[in-house]
Design a binder for this molecule. Structure first.
Ligand code: AVJ
Length: 330
């Protein structure tokens, strides 16, 4: 049997809400743009390019952990589960797990709905026997399981399978600890809706020497700089603003107090940015905060997972303990 991918776009991501969110960030005392706005089609491709850079260790390190410990991971995670991939992007990480995890169904969730739709079409051709569903949705504030996704599982007879929430790549690092906890609690609830044995398979970037972090977020080719600046073009498209990316420098710095890499865009000149219904003045050197990427310790992250309700926990790391992968049973 062969399945065509189903596609669900939840509450047709409201244009007015998006514009209001962008505007409120730009007008706050320290201007900010949420990192979720990096991922327009070009931004998603630039991120894929970042993952191939020599300096950007997380993707490669995590992939090695999955390759080396895949069998062991599959001893803990249940087979025939519904595999829910949060921030699926190009879906390659999940696809590599299909042979060992042998999921009953695959649900790919991503804010970049068009990119996801194209990816799933290709993936379905490679895995014709695995039912797949794309979910175009923004789960950064609220991870809700849409009724339409439940209907889809029902149509497959998979509503009572265990659930594996897959959240790789240290995307959890984009959230402040309290927001990360809230999201993990929702992931826990989502796992508990399925049969016993489900849980969370999550990758988290760990604390390491600052020079390594610095290079990973400010690479020699300037791909990360392009990725950061592209948020301005995406903002122009969503808000109708007139940002000129040439007038902004990429800045990446480690904030030791909060244990996070921060990315900013720094204005080269004194300038005015306008959009329908608003404007903002920027001094030369003034910054827009575009991303936090938290670096956790193994024990700190284990504590967070337990606070979210997960137990027991198992984890795997690389030789240098640069990156951690946790199986956290719901
Ligand atoms: C996708 C959030 C995990 O924080 O390392 C890569 C995004 N930003 N280079 C990260 C990112 C700059 C990435 N995450």
């Amino acid at each position: 049997m062969s399945f065509l991918p189903t596609f669900i776009q939840t509450l047709a991501i409201d244009q007015a809400d998006v514009a209001a969110e962008l505007q409120s960030g730009l007008l706050s005392p320290v201007a900010r743009l949420s990192p979720k706005f990096f991922y327009d089609p070009l931004g998603s491709q630039l991120f894929t390019a970042i993952t191939q850079l020599a300096e950007y260790y997380p993707t490669r390190t995590e992939a090695r952990i999955f390759a080396r410990h895949g069998m062991d991971i599959a001893q803990h995670a249940p087979a025939q589960a519904v595999l829910i991939d949060l921030g699926a992007g190009c879906c390659t990480k999940a696809a590599r797990l299909f042979p060992t995890l042998r999921p009953r169904a695959y649900v790919a969730v991503d804010i970049s709905a068009d990119f996801l739709r194209d990816t799933l079409q290709g993936l379905a051709r490679q895995h014709p026997a695995l039912p797949m569903c794309g979910l175009g949705m923004d789960f950064s504030n609220d991870l809700v399981w849409p009724a339409s996704a439940q209907d889809w599982l029902q149509s497959l007879g998979a509503q009572n399978q265990p659930r594996i929430v897959f959240y790789p790549g240290s995307s959890i690092g984009n959230f402040q600890p309290d927001q990360a906890l809230a999201l993990l609690r929702q992931a826990h609830a989502l796992c508990r809706q399925g049969a016993d044995g489900g849980g969370l398979l999550i990758g988290v970037d760990l604390v390491k020497p600052e020079s390594v972090l610095q290079a990973a977020y400010d690479d020699a080719l300037g791909v990360t700089a392009a990725f950061n600046r592209n948020i301005l073009l995406h903002t122009n498209a969503l808000l109708g603003s007139d940002f000129n990316p040439r007038l902004w420098d990429h800045v990446a710095c480690f904030n030791g107090l909060h244990s996070r890499i921060e990315m900013h865009l720094q204005s080269r000149i004194r300038q005015q940015v306008r959009w329908p219904g608003g404007r903002r003045h920027f001094e030369a050197g003034e910054r827009i905060h575009t991303e936090n990427s938290y670096k956790w310790t193994l024990t700190g992250f284990a504590d967070l997972l337990r606070l979210a309700g997960f137990d027991p926990l198992v984890h795997w790391t690389d030789e240098a303990d640069w990156f951690g992968v946790f199986w956290a049973r719901a």
